[in-house]
Design a protein around this ligand. Structure first.
Ligand code: NAG
Ligand code: NAG
Ligand code: NAG
Ligand code: NAG
Length: 410
């Protein structure tokens, strides 16, 4: 198992002693070449959040996603600033961070990617591969990061089987738009929800060469716009869940493995993001992120542009109340279906991305519209989000927030 072998690797290098501080890395998009994007580091220690680093011009204008590999950070620049000007922008930036997260440095030059990269995942033997989904570039790429300072492109796979749907949204659905790359629990497959095509694209991976081929597609309803997904292993079963951006729904499948590969079959359910029978949402509301808890017992999704909740300003309660979008929290049942458990505040507007800590006790949200990052406490036993521990104004379009737990050692 992939995760077990990773843990074994840590032990093999000697047990680190963990400091009590938790580090969170975030991305903020800027406006243009003279007002580029930045990365921030937030430290959570002794119940306090502190912005300890903010670094400009290290990942272009539109940093969208970070992948950690030891002290290296691979940062995608979505570069829709260039795209808006008619150029085909998009880059992979290699960075190194100090262990305390206070100093990031660029390693080498940015590598050009397919336009508009938005998500990446490590895969392959020893996780030496990096797969990237390009929202603007009709495809995915893979890189070899076995020399961490010098990623090499292995493959560029553009999608050629695309037919726009009737009444397709001109902004989002007139081309293939892979929005996420998700590694399955065996490491043999990558699933890319394609928001433009209303499909999950499933790639069969060669763990050694880091090449992959499209093995099959799984349809989602017309105009649904699948955005982000995750696998959950429940008992001996495997399930896959996706949040759709345009229809703001959750879809679940039972995944089976056979000699032929993996099979999603017909979906188990399609429900609104707030659960079956929930009230209609504002037409502006869009599904954003989907995360499974580390114990595979809970599924959390964010829905954005609802402005449905009012909470004390998490950056400073003295500043009064602010609007918030929700995180919707489900208990995963033994048969893979979902039971609504809680609707909780994300901490602000447009929770485009959020992550959960490895021990399940914390959730961090990137609130794009507010330029805010909020930290939420989570009860690992009940799965409930219990309290917003605090928030930091990092500014810009805040697009990503993740715990950097592997450098969190003394
Ligand atoms: C870049 O963006 C900033 C902030 O929005 C703006 O003030 C500035 O005029 C822009 N510069 C150019 C060259 O467009
Ligand atoms: C950050 O690290 C680089 C490379 O080691 C070094 O040159 C630079 O002075 C450091 N910057 C700060 C602010 O410590
Ligand atoms: C992406 O696909 C669309 C529709 O097939 C096509 O019009 C467009 O030129 C392609 N863009 C890129 C960057 O390949
Ligand atoms: C979890 O949250 C829900 C919704 O607020 C609440 O009804 C339930 O009692 C909570 N569970 C526990 C164990 O606190």
């Amino acid at each position: 198992m992939l995760y077990k072998s990773l843990a074994a690797g840590v032990i093999a290098f000697g047990l680190p002693t963990f400091a009590s501080a938790t580090l969170i890395f975030t991305t903020s998009m800027g406006a243009n070449a003279t007002d580029p994007g930045w990365l921030s580091t937030i430290k959570y220690a002794d119940g306090k959040l502190e912005l300890i680093n903010k670094q400009l011009s290290i990942c272009g204008v539109n940093p969208s996603w970070l992948e950690f590999a030891g002290d290296h950070i691979y940062c995608l620049d979505e570069d829709w600033y260039s795209a808006a000007a008619g150029a085909a922008g998009g880059a992979l930036n290699t960075l190194k961070t100090t262990r305390d997260g206070t100093n990031l440095t660029s390693v080498g030059q940015p590598l050009k990617t397919l336009p508009g990269p938005v998500s990446s995942v490590r895969f392959g033997q020893s996780l030496k591969g990096l797969a990237i989904a390009s929202y603007g570039g009709n495809g995915t790429q893979s890189y070899d990061i076995s020399s961490p300072d010098a990623p090499k492109v292995v493959q560029e796979l553009t999608i050629d089987n695309f037919t726009p749907k009737k009444d397709a949204d001109p902004q989002q659905q007139l081309q293939p738009r892979p929005h996420h790359v998700v590694l399955d629990p065996t490491g043999d497959f990558i699933v890319a929800p394609d928001l433009g095509s209303d499909l999950l694209r499933i790639f069969k991976v060669d763990k050694n060469t880091l090449k992959y081929v499209e093995a099959k597609t799984v349809p989602t309803p017309d105009l649904s716009g699948p955005r982000h997904g995750a696998f959950a292993k429940v008992g001996s079963e495997t399930y896959f869940y996706v949040i759709t951006e345009r229809s703001n729904e959750i879809i679940g499948w039972k995944v089976t493995y056979n000699s032929d590969g993996l099979d999603f079959g017909k979906e188990l359910f399609i429900i609104p993001s707030h659960g079956p029978g929930s009230a209609a949402l504002p037409t502006t509301a869009r599904g954003a992120e989907l995360v499974i808890s580390p114990d595979s017992k809970f599924l959390l999704v964010s829905s954005r542009f609802e402005n449905s909740l009012r909470i004390p300003n998490p950056e400073d309660k003295e500043l009064g109340k602010v609007q918030s979008d929700p995180i919707i929290n489900y208990a995963i049942q033994a048969d893979g279906t979902l039971k609504l458990q809680q609707i909780s505040a994300a901490g602000g507007i447009n929770p485009r991305h959020f992550s959960i800590s490895k021990d399940g006790s914390l959730v961090v949200t990137a609130l794009q519209k507010d330029g805010r990052v909020a930290l939420i406490k989570r009860d690992v036993q009940t799965g409930n989000l219990t309290e917003i521990a605090g928030a930091v104004h990092v500014g810009g379009d805040t697009t990503f927030a993740r715990f950097k737990e592997d450098t969190n050692c003394a």
